[in-house]
Design a protein around this ligand. Structure first.
Ligand SMILES: [Zn+2]
Ligand SMILES: [Zn+2]
Length: 277
């Protein structure tokens, strides 16, 4: 395989999941993902969106002559997933633990080149902020979830683009025809919360206004799982957007209620999160 071979590779779209780009790359060359990894001398990963960025992918980037900058976002997200167990648990998987993604059918309908977004991989991401509808986790026609391990765009069952269901060839852009009931419209607060969580995932930490401390993502997900991550978000000059100090009072209030019930020994945020499940 020469570098020339990958000169025509598609560019990664800002915000695109690595898995999505790899499917499109394989389509442009008419090779399976299995073959691609073999060419790169790299074992086929369980979930390429959650793995350490291997040399093989870096090599692929240089072969495709794409600005390494374009991959910074997926690199940052993969790193946070690797370092944060609670974030790994947020990765959407199918019944057999296969990596899957949710999707906004309206985004896929309007994309010039349909692609899967990084944030669609996470359970906490539930609403499309652009179209204000809850994202779908299954094909509305055959009810199967997209299986990112399948050869989505290069097999006998291949579809023309990621906007189609691999299993029944249904065009996701037509989802409204299958779903009669109204889509849930999530609150502005929920959208703000998921966006701030995603920004924190990219940065690798979260902040509480007005302090400069960087808190680990793990704690953010404990608060989230315990229902304590309010949408009180300050975005002025903070990077990533910071939660308001109100998070402390709700946390202390929660601790108080725990102490009153006799759980004095080891009140930890993690234990708290468990008890709320
Ligand atoms: Zn959308
Ligand atoms: Zn389907």
């Amino acid at each position: 395989m020469t570098e020339q071979y990958f000169l025509v590779a598609p560019k990664i779209i800002p915000g695109e999941a690595l898995s999505s780009w790899i499917h499109r790359l394989c389509q442009s060359h008419g090779i399976s993902t299995k073959r691609l990894y073999k060419l790169l001398n790299f074992r086929k990963p369980e979930d390429v969106d959650s793995e350490e960025f291997p040399e093989a992918i870096l090599k692929l980037m240089s072969m495709t002559r794409h600005d390494i900058e374009n991959f910074q976002l997926v690199k940052a997200v993969n790193r946070s997933i690797l370092l944060t167990e609670a974030l790994r648990k947020q990765l959407r998987t199918g019944l057999d633990q296969s990596p899957t993604t949710a999707f906004c059918w309206q985004c896929l309908r309007t994309d010039a080149i349909p692609y899967y977004r990084i944030e669609w991989r996470f359970y906490f991401w539930q609403t499309c902020p652009k179209h204000l509808v809850d994202i779908l986790t299954r094909c509305p026609y055959c009810l199967k979830s997209p299986d990112l391990r399948s050869e989505l765009l290069v097999s006998n069952n291949a579809t023309p683009s990621l906007a189609f269901c691999y299993f029944c060839q249904f065009y996701f852009g037509d989802s409204i025809q299958q779903i009669q009931s109204e889509f849930a419209t999530s609150s502005v607060e929920q959208i703000k919360t998921q966006q701030s969580m995603m920004a924190s995932v990219v940065y690798g930490y979260f902040q509480i206004h007005p302090w400069a401390e960087r808190f680990p993502l793990q704690s953010m997900f404990h608060l989230y799982n315990a229902g304590l991550l309010a949408s009180d978000i300050k975005s002025d000059s903070c990077s990533p957007p910071a939660w308001g100090e109100g998070i402390f009072s709700s946390f202390l209030h929660f601790l108080d209620s725990k102490l009153e019930t006799g759980e004095r020994a080891h009140v930890q945020i993690s234990a708290m999160a468990e008890s709320k499940k």
